[in-house]
Write a protein of this length. Structure first.
Length: 423
């Protein structure tokens, strides 16, 4: 993804001007079905628990990893908890109390599938939630183990046990990453049709066709086990469904991060990096007076007329060295090549621009606001008079530009910063 016209839609994804229309259409098939009730629950109900599920090939693991990195949520994996608990429960008797190897554990579990109950799973999860009561939890609820999922009675009393679980750990909503069966079959069939060189197999010694068939079976087991859980959250209007059939991780994450950002989760973690670009530091003097760190580009390079990319690299290096600030950084571009940024090409990256100008306070969490206001309460909010052009990136990065910036210049700097920040 790269540049586009700046003001087309609110929070518009910047994409290449000459991008393939078919490619854009394919990527646009990521849809999120969510009611306004869910946003209200996250913002005002005090509920901090989210249930996550997604079958094979849904990209669930990658999305959860990104949520941890960007929003500081705590992941509770039912499968990991079960794995650890089963090792203890099935420790080899009569020897030295050593734990069973995974293969031996799975063998016993296969012989005694009723060892695992949904009630036990919820007890393990509840204990973990209560250990960290004041943070947002993402619960990866359904184990991917075929041995466990083959027990068709495991989720029969899901509604009853979920109600009991919510008495102690109320859930805001459940999110389901799904691939419709037709698209999943197409993806797997195309993989199976790839010719493997003679004598070679896929990882693990399984050929592509066998691996495809196995994935289809796991997907069917998963979808069947999921039905009672889906029904429970759908009936209370708390089910978010995300169509990830496009298989585009970048596009899927872009949609999901926009949804989670709307829950104001930035207030519950500390990696909320804001950088304000100015061409006259007096425009943000009230912020500087409140100990906001000012970086003058001409002071961090030997040659103020250094090439644009080198100047951006030096800026990112300086910010990385200084670390995440208490509030934000102000970057003065006066006298540097960034003053003529509009002459550069826009980089390709995942970033979107807010259509309306916004004040700094709308991007700050409570901690950051308190840091600005504690200096002089009588002058509180005097630092919040400017309205900025704003760009957002999925890694919880906010780039602001004073309103005298040319839109092209702001776009070039924002996309360059974000593309280099990924290196």
């Amino acid at each position: 993804m790269g540049c586009a016209n700046s003001r087309a839609k609110d929070k518009q994804l910047i994409i290449p001007r000459n991008g393939d229309p078919k490619d854009r259409q394919r990527r646009s098939t990521v849809h999120i079905n969510m009611s306004e009730n869910i946003r209200e629950l996250m913002l005002n109900s005090g509920r901090r628990t989210i249930v996550f599920f997604g079958g094979p090939k849904s990209g669930k693991g990658a999305v959860i990893e990104e949520l941890v990195e960007s929003f500081g949520v705590k992941v509770i994996s039912a499968e990991s908890l079960l794995h650890s608990a089963l090792h203890k429960k099935l420790a080899a008797p009569g020897k030295d109390g050593s734990k069973l190897e995974t293969a031996a554990m799975l063998s016993q579990l296969k012989a005694q599938p009723t060892l695992v109950t949904l009630e036990w799973i919820f007890e393990l999860i509840k204990a973990e939630v209560l250990r960290y009561p004041d943070i947002v939890h993402v619960i990866d609820l359904l184990p991917n183990s075929k041995i466990i999922l083959r027990d068709k009675t495991l989720f029969d009393n899901a509604a009853e046990l979920l109600e009991k679980f919510e008495e102690t750990c109320p859930v805001a909503f459940a999110m389901h990453l799904y691939i419709d069966k037709e698209n999943l079959n197409k993806q797997l069939d195309s993989t199976a049709q790839l010719k493997t060189p003679e004598g070679c197999t896929a990882p693990g010694g399984i050929n592509d066709e066998a691996d495809s068939a196995s994935t289809k079976k796991r997907h069917a087991l998963y979808e069947e086990a999921l039905k009672p859980v889906q029904k429970y959250f759908r009936e209370s209007d708390r089910l978010v469904e995300v169509d990830v059939s496009s298989m585009s991780h970048e596009r899927i994450w872009f949609k999901v991060v926009r949804m989670f950002a709307s829950f104001d989760l930035s207030e519950r973690q500390n990696n909320n990096l804001i950088v304000i670009f100015v061409d006259d530091s007096t425009q943000v003097q009230s912020l500087i007076d409140r100990k906001v760190r000012l970086i003058k580009l001409v002071d961090i390079v030997d040659e103020p007329d250094a090439e644009f990319d080198l100047m951006m690299e030096c800026l990112l290096y300086q910010i990385a060295e200084l670390g995440c600030p208490n509030v934000c950084y102000a970057v003065d571009i006066k006298g540097s090549t960034l003053e003529k940024a509009e002459e550069q090409e826009t980089k390709k990256c995942l970033v979107y621009e807010l259509t309306e100008r916004s004040k700094l306070s709308s991007h700050l969490n409570k901690y950051q606001k308190n840091m600005l206001n504690e200096e002089d309460e009588s002058a509180a909010k005097s630092w919040d008079c400017n309205e900025y052009i704003c760009y957002k990136a999925p890694n919880n990065l906010t780039l602001l530009f004073t309103d005298n910036f040319d839109s092209k210049r702001a776009e070039v700097i924002a996309t360059s910063y974000c593309s280099m920040d990924k290196m």
